[in-house]
Unconditional design. Structure first.
Length: 93
């Protein structure tokens, strides 16, 4: 992998890792699972966007927001994300 996927390109992997881990994950575990699922190397994982925030964290945040706006994810609490029925349907297409 030469560069990080865009927030749009992260959506299917995002929904997939949540589904494969019981349908609900916190944002830290999502990032860990995405790194594992996509095989993102450490050099890309550690790219800083600004301050202490990584570029991957930033892109995953946008991807989660987009998935939520499309009705594929629900935010259950601070940092906890859940796959909706619409999200499950989207993945099965």
């Amino acid at each position: 992998m030469v560069k990080l996927p865009s927030p749009s390109d992260l959506m299917i992997p995002l929904l997939t890792v949540i589904k494969e881990n019981g349908g609900k994950l916190d944002h830290r575990e999502i990032e860990f699972q995405i790194v594992k699922f996509l095989g993102i190397p450490e050099s890309l994982r550690n790219q800083i966007r600004s301050g202490k925030r990584t570029e991957l964290n930033y892109r995953l945040s946008w991807s989660r927001s987009k998935a939520k706006n499309l009705g594929y994810l629900d935010k259950l609490g601070k940092g906890i994300w859940s796959l909706t029925r619409d999200g499950q349907t989207f993945l099965s297409q």
